[in-house]
Design a protein around this ligand. Structure first.
Ligand SMILES: NC(=O)c1ccc[n+]([C@@H]2O[C@H](COP(=O)([O-])OP(=O)(O)OC[C@H]3O[C@@H](n4cnc5c(N)ncnc54)[C@H](OP(=O)(O)O)[C@@H]3O)[C@@H](O)[C@H]2O)c1
Length: 278
């Protein structure tokens, strides 16, 4: 039976993806920070306690998966959060928290799970939820964008050698706006830390939010991203290094990606120049 481990699976994209794979009979390890009584394990869906800022919890998750199924066919690094504060406004704590989750959390997850991906009998697939914010820097979103650019750099680098040497495909999912708790959580945290300050940044963030909402009048459902992840895992080689998830998002990043939308041209060239691989 095939197995997948998903971080950030308490809600949104992670939960929808967990349910999608479980429905098709995969053994799903769905990482959640808190176990809640209303959430039930199903025959194929196991909620395990994982905080990506806590190495011990990831180590325990990897040990459990090793004992129960011995390998991972898919690892989906999805846990993440946003931050709508400018440099100069955000506290060191807020910035550290964001990078601990979005960047170091992804590195820790891969570190603990790489042996399980390598142990998959027929190759495996490593995916992360990046964002269009991993490709295009945006006003007042500089800290979140920096974190997702870091994930892009990490995954692009791994893609150069994980596939040829370890049979691990590497793919970045790059959504723009998905109907999840994400935006509400960002705005909640903003309110809890004093709301929008009445300063020079305020009109900029207000305009940014107004145009963001206009551009994304309709948000994607989490289930669409889940279907995309399922399709990517099952598609024939070569699998893309990066994928946008709607035409609006494709248009938003086109100036960065139009020469190489899937990232495969770049990866092939880098493999040739740095590893002498054809
Ligand atoms: N929604 C969008 O418009 C959008 C667009 C582009 C990219 N993304 C990315 O999509 C990913 C999933 O977000 P979502 O939209 O599905 O929002 P969501 O419903 O808020 O899900 C975020 C998930 O990440 C988890 N998480 C946060 N910090 C964590 C930590 N330290 N350890 C483990 N889990 C943690 C949350 O757990 P708790 O329930 O415990 O907080 C939750 O399960 C994120 O990486 C986000 O950056 C979202």
């Amino acid at each position: 039976m095939k197995s997948i481990f998903i971080t950030g699976a308490s809600s949104g994209i992670g939960l929808a993806t967990a349910q999608r794979f479980a429905k098709s009979g995969w053994t799903v390890y769905a990482g959640v920070r808190e176990q809640v009584a209303s959430r039930f394990d199903e025959p194929h869906l196991h909620f395990i306690t994982v905080d990506v800022t806590d190495t011990v919890s990831l180590k325990q998750a990897a040990q459990l998966i090793e004992q129960e199924v011995g390998h991972l066919d898919v690892l989906f690094c999805n846990a993440g959060q946003g931050l709508l504060r400018a440099i100069g406004q955000a506290t060191s704590y807020e910035i550290n928290q964001l990078f601990e989750t979005n960047v170091f959390g992804v590195m820790r997850t891969i570190e603990q799970c790489l042996p399980l991906l390598k142990a998959a009998p027929h190759g495996s697939h490593l995916l992360a939820t990046s964002s269009t914010s991993g490709l295009v820097g945006q006003p007042l979103n500089e800290i979140y964008c920096a974190s997702k650019f870091a994930v892009e750099g990490l995954f692009e680098s791994l893609a150069t050698y994980y596939k040829p040497f370890f049979s691990i495909d590497v793919t970045l999912i790059e959504p723009g706006a998905v109907e999840t708790n994400f935006t509400a959580s960002v705005l909640d945290r903003l309110e809890q830390s004093g709301g929008l300050h009445d300063d020079a940044f305020k009109p900029i963030v207000e305009t940014y939010l107004r145009l963001y909402r206009k551009r994304h009048a309709t948000r994607q459902a989490s289930s669409e991203i889940a279907e995309l992840v399922y399709a990517l895992v099952h598609m024939n080689e070569p699998k893309p290094v990066r994928v946008r998830t709607t035409p609006v998002d494709e248009a938003f990043v086109a100036h960065k990606t139009s020469a190489d939308p899937s990232g495969l041209i770049g990866i092939t060239k880098t493999r040739q120049l740095t590893l002498n691989l054809e």
